[in-house]
Structures are given as C-alpha cells and as structure tokens.
Write a protein that binds this ligand. Structure first.
Ligand code: NAD
Length: 391
C-alpha cells in the first residue's frame, strides 16, 4: 500500500552548531545526517574534537568557514552568542564526561541545547542544567533516539488508551556482543572511553544502553520507578573497572514490577533492545532491530503484528511514519523524528506561539535527569550488595 505523501516544510532553515562528532567518531555524523533528512536546519559552526586539527578537517569537509570553527566549546559558546547570525541551537555529541560543562556554557548564553545521553554524571548537575534551561526559557532535548520510532509512539498511544489494561509487568532487555572482545585494548576508541569511568561515568552497560531501556519504558508507559535492586557485573575479558552486564529488578509507582537486563557480552546480539509490556488485558512488544513492527496481543483474542505504514496508527504516531510499509525506517529516521519535532518547536516558540504536548514530543531535560538518577541508583544498589533502594 502506497499512501505516504511528501512532507515539505517550506521556509524553515535554522542554524546549528555541533560539539563532538569529529572525523573518526560515531554519533555526531548520525546527528548531522538525521538533521539533513528534513532540511529544517543546517550546520553553521563546530568544535568537533579535542584536537583543533580534527575540528579544522571536519569543518572543511562540511564546508564551514574557519571563523565558525572553534578550539574549544567555551570559545564557541562565547563567540557564537555574540553573532547576529548565531546558531539557533547546539548539538552535543562528545563523550559523557563533556556533556555537563558544554551544556552549561551554551545554556548560560541563551543557546538551546540538544545533548546526547546520558545527560551528565550527577543528578545535581542534571538539575542545574534543567534550572538553567527553565530560567532562560530554552528548549532542551536529550537524544533518547528510539522514542522517535513511529512504533514507539503507537505503543504509547495504545497504553494511554487502556487497550492492554493496567500495566502489571515490564521486561526490558538490551543485549549487545561487542565487548566480548577486549575491544578497548584493540584500538576501538568507542570501547576505550565507554570502559573508562573518567569519560563514561559510574557505569558502562547501564549508562550506555540501560538508560535507553529505562527511558523507553517511561515514554511508553508513563510509569515512574519507585524502587530498584541492581547487580552490575563484569563478565567480559580483562580487568574492566565498569560493568558490561547488569540485571535490575524494578517496582513502579502503580505497583507494576519489572526487570531490565543489559549486556555488552551477549554473543549473537548486535543491538537487541526489546521491550515487553504486560497489562491486565494484553501485551505489547517493541524491538528496535525490527522497529517497523509492533506486536500487540489481546488476552483471549488474536495476536497481531502491526506494520508501520500498512496498518492504521493513531494520528500522532502516524505523523511520524515517513515511507510506505515494507520500506524499512530505522535509526536515522528515529533521530530525524526527534529533530523534526524539536526544530518545529523552536520555530513555534520564536514566533511566540504556545506549545502543545504534541509539539513537545521529544525527550527532554527531565528525561535526562531521570536517566542520570537511574544510573546512580543502579550503581548504589549494586555497591551495597544488590539491595532495594528507593528512587
Ligand atoms: N543515542 C544513541 O543511540 C547513542 C549512540 C551512540 C553514542 N551515544 C552517545 O554519544 C556520545 C558520543 O559517543 P560516540 O560513540 O559518538 O563517541 P566517539 O568517541 O565516537 O566521539 C566523540 C567525539 O567527541 C569529541 N570530543 C570529546 N570531547 C570533546 C570536547 N571537549 N570538545 C569537542 N569535542 C569533543 C571527540 O574528539 C570525538 O570526536 C556519548 O555520550 C554516547 O553515550 C548515543
């Protein structure tokens, strides 16, 4: 069935800057390509690396002039804030350790922020960033990318409309295999920093991937964690300081129970984030490796595999589906969906128009705070011998 129509946004072209995302890095380029998908913003400035040489090379490859390339993020925030053609928002794609200081530098100069997860190391820092954003009336997005999938939005609508009843149990998992090798000692920069507490923070597997599961559960169900019990393990090779596998038991504010398992040492799994949500009337299953489909089971009824683009979605979720069924949408589209919503909200805000809940359907600084808290509580529980801790 071919029913999609082109979605062109005439007249909108914001300018953005990027911190991180230099040549040889991973996620910065994903952000640039995802933003380009809708053409609502173009890159105008950057401090792409700790190495000035890399920043200059990356900037040249992106067609930026040298005057918009900066040796560090402080200089970038200071100089950009002074310009009449300053950036409309900044995208922070550096490693975890740099998020707090960088976000603070831009927010305090009135520049809206999009930041990678986890937002920062400490809850107090995350709250400070939230306060700064609020004080300066700045929209803040934390890129929990998977909530951008149309199927995640449809799952949320299904739960909100009570179709699977009251949520009673949640099973979330995120297995990967890549750290079954000592990748951090084999030249993988991405593995080096993720296993280094100075750059990654208190946890590796919970901080890097568990936080995605926590956020997706919160997005789809709207439930808040009441308490948790976590065991963080080091099951991979060598003498790692941080966890590469973790098991978390959860209790939610409505009485629902849950479990989250994250692993970077699970042979056979690439990026297997899967969420199963069980209610009194039915269940939902989301799997990011097949994110064009959603499983819906109604107790006593038929099990359905719902196909994005083919089967009817509720209107809000449908508006995030871009191409016909059978033409898979994935990571880039999910990220592009976050940006499309965020940039349109920035434009609406500039025009002085009120923002609705639908306008603000992107992960925000409150989600960032919840993520940092989740990581901290998992580490605390595990360090105390895997005991229940209140959230
Ligand atoms: N949302 C997702 O799905 C997702 C996926 C991957 C990574 N991430 C997050 O993105 C971030 C980066 O991860 P990555 O794998 O791309 O890392 P990476 O090591 O590949 O890239 C990080 C880049 O940031 C640069 N950088 C570091 N400090 C800087 C500073 N002070 N100023 C300017 N540039 C600086 C590095 O030089 C490098 O170019 C992490 O916070 C990670 O958790 C999120």
């Amino acid at each position: 069935m071919i029913e999609q129509v082109a979605d062109v946004e005439p007249g909108v072209k914001l300018r953005y800057g990027m911190v991180g995302g230099g040549q040889g890095s991973f996620i910065g380029d994903v952000h640039r390509k995802s933003i380009a998908l809708d053409g609502l913003a173009e890159i105008a400035a950057g401090c792409f690396s700790r190495s000035v040489e890399n920043t200059l090379k990356t900037g040249a490859a992106l067609g930026l002039s040298n005057e918009r390339l900066y040796k560090d993020f402080e200089e970038m925030a200071r100089e950009e804030a002074k310009r009449p053609d300053k950036i409309d928002f900044v995208v922070i794609t550096a490693q975890n350790y740099a998020h707090y200081e960088t976000a603070k530098a831009f927010l305090s100069r009135g520049i809206p922020v999009v930041c990678e997860k986890p937002l920062c190391f400490e809850v107090s820092e995350a709250e400070e960033l939230a306060a700064l954003a609020k004080q300066n009336n700045l929209l803040f997005c934390v890129t929990y990318v998977y909530t951008g999938n149309a199927t995640a939005k449809q799952a949320r609508e299904i739960v909100r409309r009570g179709e699977i009843g009251k949520i009673i149990y949640i099973n979330g998992e995120y297995p990967q295999e890549w750290l079954l090798a000592p990748a951090e000692k084999q030249g993988s920069k991405q593995a080096e920093w993720r296993t280094d507490p100075k750059q990654a923070g208190k946890s590796n597997s919970i901080g890097d991937i568990g936080t995605h599961v926590e956020n997706m559960i919160s997005y789809v169900t709207g439930l808040k964690i009441k308490s948790l019990l976590a065991r963080l393990d080091k099951l991979g090779p060598g003498d790692r300081v941080l966890d590469d596998n973790a098991t978390v038991l959860l209790e939610y504010d409505n009485g629902a129970k849950g479990v989250i398992w994250t692993s970077q040492v699970a042979a056979g799994y690439d990026n297997g984030m899967r969420l199963r949500i069980f209610g009194t009337k039915g269940s939902i299953e989301l799997n990011v490796e097949s994110s064009n489909y959603l499983k819906l089971a109604i107790f006593g009824g038929a099990n359905a595999q719902i196909s994005r683009g083919r089967d009817p979605f509720y209107p809000h979720a449908q508006s995030y589906s871009r191409i016909p069924s059978g033409h898979p949408e994935g990571y880039f589209e999910a990220m592009a969906n976050l940006y499309k919503t965020y940039i349109k909200a920035l434009v609406k805000q500039k025009e002085g128009k009120p923002l609705t809940d639908e306008d603000l359907d992107f992960p925000n600084v409150e989600d960032g705070i919840a993520g940092v808290k989740f990581i901290g509580k998992c580490v605390e529980s595990s360090a105390k011998g895997a005991v229940w801790v209140n959230f």
